[in-house]
Design a protein around this ligand. Sequence first.
Ligand code: SAH
Length: 243
Amino acid sequence: MSRRKKIIISVTVITVFAIIIAFVIFYTNRDMDSGGYEKLREKMVENQIIKRGIRDRNVIEAMKKVPRHEFVDEDQKNHAYEDRPLPIGLGQTISQPYIVSLMTEQLQLEGDEKVLEVGTGSGYQAAVLAEITEDVYTVEIIPDLYKKARKRLEEMYPGVMVSNHDGYYGWEDYAPFDRIIVTAAPDHIPQPLINQLDENGIMVIPVGPPGWSQVLWKVTRIEGEVITEKIADVAFVPLTRED
Ligand code: SAH
């Protein structure tokens, strides 16, 4: 074989190898971007949600769909499907997946309810709600969190309405609501939220002092009467007030 032929064969072999390696790297990364997170999410739903007793199909399907890793900063993405709350900056957290699913299940959503969330945070809980019903309103008090969540939700769930104000007062312009979910703990149930809950409405709200002995309550309004039932002991960040 001539020297020239040998060089051509070597170059061809090296090029083919390089192309194969490039394909392998491309497909491995692609797998972690979509399929990898999807698998982690499926496991999360199986182990943390279904095994612990969440039964509502709407909630299970929504938790399977919402890409939780898209709601946290880059350095938290690999932890997004773990069994714990996640930091989202400024001292705030997204609740543990189980708590998100428990609270959503307690709302008994069928798909045509108008829902208010107090405490947008990352926008994750609002996204879970938006997978089930189209009419979602969410309120955040911290401007930087509001801006980030609004941008994210505009891209991923454009139907969700987001506002930057003190959610202690609900969202008067759009009241009444069929459902209200509060994801920060006040030391009492805010009267404006009870007023904005429609007849036969359900509100899920943690109440108690910061950091300990808070109780998650289900509040229902039936024929004008307000009924409260305890759901669980929980730990939420406090509901803060505008000065
Ligand atoms: N539901 C959010 C996480 C909630 S953390 C998620 O899925 O990511 C609690 C959030 O409530 C924080 O972002 C905090 O800034 C916000 N918050 C606290 N007090 C508030 C108030 N008075 N009105 C509106 N939001 C409030």
